[in-house]
Design a protein around this ligand. Structure first.
Ligand code: NOJ
Length: 486
């Protein structure tokens, strides 16, 4: 769940004014308790967003901190008197403006990685750590199953406040205000806390501007057992649509994972937009959506499906008057913000796509009459049907969950081929990224069965015929019992 805490909603809830209260717009704590209970009774786990980097300006901690330079909470945030009447340094926020805001009450500057309404906490202060860890314990005791750690790599800033080099400013590389070594120790302590509660999980958001940085993301998993359980790496979202580019990005990702580390994958999110829009869409977007679904659900690692991707939802153009995301309002028309991938879930073809009888915050995508759960549920060959098939396959074939992975990539082939293996079973996954028919070579030819095919209207699953030909954007999963081990 995205943040549901008490908040003035300057950044849709990523500006928290009370970490242990639910925003009345979303309900009450009783509602949350019930949600947790009902989810657990259905074997669904609930993970919540944990925003440790900053609070809202309306959080009582900040109200106290800003009241005077001598207040006991002053040091809970990052303050500086400025240098010769100017800002303390050249650090920038995520949207390219100075990250320092002069506060009228004392005339000093405070640091904010995001909007000025989101002052960064000073994690060097042990009191901050204690208060935040107590808050984490509150949610763990309540029974939440884990956390997505918002901007986990930004929690510390270099103590000397050294200016970022000029090249870093223009390329959105933040040398001194992100990825500081102290974060690792903090994440270790966080993991020790989590491990006291069985079965809980942590996933860190490690945002690095395009082209991403798998090695850096993986580093926050420590030795694979002592920091984050998983780390979001957005490299694949920034990768161009080609078998070769995906092969390179994926093989690097697996290479840099720490020994005991567990991979995870995501193709869309509420900041970066929808998968179907990253990769040369709109042509053949359904086929590409199915290919991506096959990839996501057959790779070794935990798949994260952003709501609506399972029906192939697309980014929606938001007219200026309806933009909610402050980034969009500030940077319009150069950047229209992140609302495009935050539109209501498309359940059916009734008004507001069945999302709510009330008019939602953001407009529904215009395609909701065709692209919705109710219609795709009964439509053989829909993106939704494919997600279900793949999820079922993943449940039925443990090799897709636990098997090792090996890429059988051939240059210029236009398709991506990989093998998943356990002692009992092998699976091969072939994905044609190209708009041409491709002949797949290097597959076992006997006793192999096609267990999933993205164009099921044309060829049914069953004994595989060789040579295997893939039509444009087709995806196939082939399974085989292992005989070599018997
Ligand atoms: C990352 C979140 O995903 C984004 O939506 C938010 O604006 C920033 N962190 C600040 O919390």
């Amino acid at each position: 769940m995205s943040p549901i805490y008490a908040s003035p909603l300057v950044d849709e809830g990523y500006d928290i004014s009370d970490y242990t209260a639910i925003h009345p717009r979303y309900g009450t704590m009783e509602d949350f308790n019930r949600l947790l209970e009902e989810a657990h009774s259905r074997n669904i786990r609930v993970m919540i967003d944990l925003v440790l980097n900053h609070t809202s300006v309306l959080h009582p901690w900040f109200t106290e901190a800003r009241s005077s330079t001598t207040h006991a909470r002053r040091d809970w945030y990052i303050w500086h008197p400025g240098r010769k009447g100017r800002k303390p340094n050249n650090w920038l926020t995520n949207f390219g403006r100075s990250a320092w805001k002069r506060d009228e009450a004392t005339g000093e500057y405070y640091y904010h990685s995001f909007f000025p309404e989101q002052p960064d906490l000073n994690w060097r202060n042990p009191e901050v750590k204690k208060a935040m860890f107590n808050m984490v314990k509150y949610w763990l005791a309540k029974g939440v199953d884990g956390f997505r750690l918002d901007v986990a790599n930004m929690l510390f800033k270099e103590e000397g406040l050294t200016n970022n080099p000029a090249w870093a400013l223009v390329s959105d590389r933040n040398v001194y205000n992100r990825n500081q070594p102290e974060v690792y120790e903090l994440l270790r302590a966080f993991r020790r806390l989590l491990d006291r509660y069985p079965g809980r999980v942590s996933i860190g958001e490690i945002y690095v501007p395009p082209p991403g940085n798998s090695r850096l993301a993986a580093s926050f998993m420590g030795n694979g057992q002592d920091m984050l359980h998983m780390a979001f790496d957005f490299t694949l979202i920034f990768t161009r649509w080609s078998a070769c580019a995906f092969y390179q990005a994926l093989s690097k990702y697996y290479r840099v994972l720490p020994g005991g580390g567990w991979p995870c994958f995501v193709f869309s999110n509420h900041d970066l937009g929808r998968a179907v829009n990253h990769y040369l869409f709109p042509i053949d977007k359904e086929k590409k959506a199915k290919l991506l679904a096959t990839l996501l659900l057959t790779l070794r690692g935990t798949p994260f499906i952003y709501y609506g991707d399972e029906i192939g939802m697309c980014n929606r153009h938001i007219p200026r008057s309806r933009i909610r995301d402050r980034y969009g309002r500030l940077l319009y028309p150069f950047y229209t913000g992140r609302d495009k991938a935050r539109t209501p879930m498309q359940w059916d073809n009734t008004s507001h796509a069945g999302f709510s009888p009330a008019s939602p915050w953001l407009p529904v995508h215009r395609n909701y009459r065709q692209c919705n759960v109710a219609s795709q549920q009964v439509q053989e060959g829909s993106v939704f049907t494919h997600y279900r098939k793949l999820l079922q396959l993943r449940r039925e074939l443990p090799v897709l969950q636990q098997g090792t992975i090996r890429f059988l990539y051939k240059r210029q082939a236009g398709y991506l081929l990989y093998e998943r293996t356990t002692d009992e079973k092998c699976c091969w996954i072939a994905l044609n990224f190209s708009p041409f028919v491709r002949k797949v070579t290097g597959l076992p030819e006997n006793e192999a069965m096609v267990v999933y095919h993205s164009s099921d209207n044309r060829r049914m699953c069953g004994r595989a015929t060789f040579p295997l030909r893939l039509f444009p954007y087709e995806a196939v999963v082939i399974g085989k019992e292992r005989t070599d081990r018997k």
